[in-house]
Design a protein around this ligand. Sequence first.
Ligand code: AGP
Length: 611
Amino acid sequence: MCGIVGYLGKRQATPILLDSLSKLEYRGYDSAGVAVIEDGKIRVTKKVGYLNQLKQALKDDQAVGVTGIGHTRWATHGAPNEVNAHPHLDCTGRIAVVHNGIIENYLALRERLIECGHTFKSDTDTEVLAHLFEENYAGDLKQAVSNGLKEVEGSFAIAVISLDDQDTIIAARKDSPLIAGIGKGESFLASDIPAVLEYTRDILVIEDNELVVLNGSGVELSSLIDGSTIKREPIVVKWDVRSAEKSGYEDFMLKEIFEQPHAIRETMMGRSYQGRLVLDEIKLSDKDIKAIDKVFVVACGTSYHAGLVAKYAIESWTRIPVEIDIASEFRYRDPILDDKTLMISVSQSGETADTLAGMRHAKEQNAIVMAITNVVGSTLSREADGVLYTHAGPEIGVAATKTMVAQMMALYLLALYLAQVRKSISLEGCRRILRELRGLDVMVQEILDDEVELGLIQQYADKHFDKSDFLFIGRGVGYPVALEGALKLKEISYIHAEGYAAGELKHGPIALVEPRVPVVAVACEGHVYEKVLSNIHEVKARGANVCAVASKGDKDIGKYADEVLYVPRTSEILSAVPAVVPLQLMSYYIAKKRGCNVDQPRNLAKSVTVE
Ligand code: AGP
């Protein structure tokens, strides 16, 4: 997730671009850059690191010009360095582009453009856009952009300037956000509303597959599909900047819960082609993959729970034995690894000290190390043999939500890829699972759009926010979901909550069960569903209030549980994704009811870089 901005008007562009970018840093902060038209050329300044680096570089040396674009980057393709920072230019230096999104087919486009004589400077997917527009330019920038985008697959929100159309900015979007701000004799572009609120509250929302032209006469909207003009009234936004950064949500955590369908799509994007997975980025040869005879998954906290889900997927789809370890324990138990072991290190930040130490220990034992991380250029990503990035965008809330769901998606993809290469499941079987994976974003969206369901969760929170102990239980992949539900509740509401394998209750924990201890049971459809039902009986018999997370269409669960939160039905191993969402919301609403700071809970940090 990156932030793009644009300005066209009568004031100097650079200060406005920098100020607008500062309101978008929550979208990414690997690098930043601006391109301004000055004296007949496009002047580009870009710096790696936080926006301040760019501001320092421009302090006494700003371009003089009234048309410009800018970008703050969250790297997805290409390390976070100056060359890969946006804006990117075409060969002639007459076109500059900034982009938020993922160009799925950028490699094919890059190869074709190089064959046509274009020279590339960066490793990014974005740079292909500048050369595509150069190739299509025949005197009309709007037409060049529209034609160029017809070849693009993936997600984009872009802004383009050109020396040949100096009083124009062209922008367009598909699957990435973009808005235009309408001022008096000036116009603004941005990925999100906070960037322009200081200058105008008249906002034109740009929808998918739309192209917008900013020029001296204002803002013109048209369809990317057929070029037809679109008439849309601007809205007047009343938010303050802070709430605008949260897109109107009360907290980043809630915003990030609602960003999960997008995080799923972005993490899936560009990783399959004609029903087969394409994961060249992990740099594991088929020979390496076929030689693997053991897998370790090592992580902390929520990432550990995502890793637990991966254990079920990898063992079920590949029949390779998987050991899963909490990173702070792993290296001290003298684990047995060798060059036929695949170690999967899962870390949203890519900087967790215990996880890094575990990975380094595995490398010393000649294991192959794969990183699953959300941060391009993080220590984990740089030291691992291969990386499969989650594309969830920056997660501001300390409690992991969208990054966990993105981790599960990446881990499912990795497990399926291992199975595809080892042929441990048929091609049709792989295709079936891939189709189900592609449907998970819609399932999560269905939960988030279900006002009745959200109301039930809020009612549950109102009823139990003052309890001092909770039990979360589940079986199969429902077990890591239960662990995650308990962790979420603990870390943002400060209520004591334990997650248990439902079958384990009778070995001790059931002594805790009494009416004042709510039990949350993850009971989605699967081969252990009946067993979970009997565990619900066990706790009900001891007076517990039971809230079950169950599959839509389940006609039985309502006879046993006091409350039921239904989620869309999917295959058992993938059910962890929809099942975790109601538990995220449950912990959020309970914590809010208790007046807790959900984005910055006490005692916690977003990344635990100490052992
Ligand atoms: C999860 O909500 C917590 N913030 C915490 O458990 C976190 O998952 C853990 O510290 C691991 O962080 P990482 O994914 O960045 O390695």
